[in-house]
Write a protein that binds this ligand. Structure first.
Ligand code: NDP
Length: 312
């Protein structure tokens, strides 16, 4: 019998994913019945999932071996109390590449002081602002998971010193890795540019607050493509107003779309981007979906399973 796989993501995604997935399933030698809806939920073995897809009640899917998300962030999925089946988040090489472009671009923007030159008045000849060499600047990454580590390597390749911080201590040839409260203090205290690529969990909320900003270098900048709740917004605005921090690039917010009256929009030291740092890419993510289903059928452990206890 063909393997029953339900695709529960918005209709537009079905149009693009279905032919790709069918082709990859065939190439992997998997006989899959890929459907957009079903009257027999207890027959479904795998669900390809986006939190904004049609299925919101997962209770009837009693025999599902894996729910494979197309999204990297899992906080919305974890809020769905009917979704109790094993859940894999998306770790997509294409998404990592896109995130590295975004992070490197904004690291360079802060490094080169581009905002200053973009804001000078005609005739204002500010030639005292040449940037130091990249190797004399330090970029810290809070979060060196799939995305953070990839971006850290891209930034290191440009010549910067790169520090990383994670929950479990890692070891890497390029990134100087830290963990725990002492490691956090070191990364905060040494970084000229701090990149946030942490998930939104109970432990990471408001990690960037008045107290932790005070531990940062004077004139440091923050880039946040992680999640809005990582930052205490009032504390960040106050730190930019006081001159403690030189600027911020913010891609994610507590409320999205960011309301028109939010002070970030007009703050001279802030660049707002509308949650576009990176996204799941069709070709590379379809391959990840197929690989995980292939593993399930071969009795191998699934990749990228979410740890519900840790919240990511
Ligand atoms: P991963 O789960 O691979 O990495 C998360 C990293 O955060 C890991 O290094 C993890 O530590 C660390 N971490 C988690 N909790 C803590 C903690 N309490 N203290 C210290 N470190 C912690 O996720 P990804 O790299 O794939 O994605 C990161 C985030 O990026 C996503 O959760 C999502 O919010 C965001 N994102 C944003 C996008 C955008 O367009 N703006 C697009 C895609 C994702 P450890 O390694 O020890 O587990």
């Amino acid at each position: 019998m063909a393997i029953p796989v339900l695709f529960s993501a918005p209709a537009a995604s079905w149009e693009s994913y279905a032919p790709f997935l069918k082709d990859l399933f065939a190439k992997a030698g998997l006989d899959v019945n890929l459907v957009q809806s079903t009257d027999n939920p207890d027959e479904v073995k795998y669900i390809i999932y986006a939190p904004n897809g049609p299925v919101q009640d997962f209770a009837p899917f009693k025999n599902v071996k894996l729910i494979q998300s197309l999204w990297a962030g899992v906080e919305t999925a974890l809020q769905n109390k009917t979704l109790t089946q094993p859940l894999a988040r998306m770790v997509d090489p294409g998404m990592s590449e896109g995130m590295a472009d975004y992070v490197l671009g904004h690291v360079m923007r802060h490094h080169l002081g581009i905002a200053l030159h973009a804001s000078v008045q005609p005739g204002e000849w500010r030639n005292d602002t040449a940037a130091p060499l990249a190797r004399n600047r330090t970029v810290g990454f809070l979060g060196i998971g799939a995305l953070g580590m990839y971006c850290a390597h891209a930034v290191a390749k440009q010549g910067f010193n790169v520090l990383g911080w994670s929950r479990n201590l890692k070891s890497d040839d390029i990134v100087d890795c830290h963990a725990g409260p002492d490691g956090f203090a070191q990364v905060l205290g040494q970084s000229d540019i701090l990149v946030l690529l942490l998930p939104d969990t109970a432990d990471t909320e408001n990690l960037i607050n008045a107290e932790t900003i005070a531990q940062m270098k004077d004139g440091a900048a923050i880039i946040n493509p992680g999640r809005g709740p990582l930052i205490d917004d009032d504390a960040l605005l106050a730190a930019m107003d006081s001159g403690k921090l030189s600027g911020a690039t913010l891609d994610v917010f507590r409320t999205e779309p960011l309301p028109a009256n939010n002070p970030y929009w007009t703050h001279p030291k802030v660049l707002v981007t509308p949650h576009i740092a990176s996204e799941t890419r069709l070709e590379t993510s379809a391959a990840v979906v197929v690989e995980n289903i292939e593993r399930g059928e071969a009795g191998k452990p699934f990749l990228h399973l979410v740890d519900r206890e840790a919240g990511y």
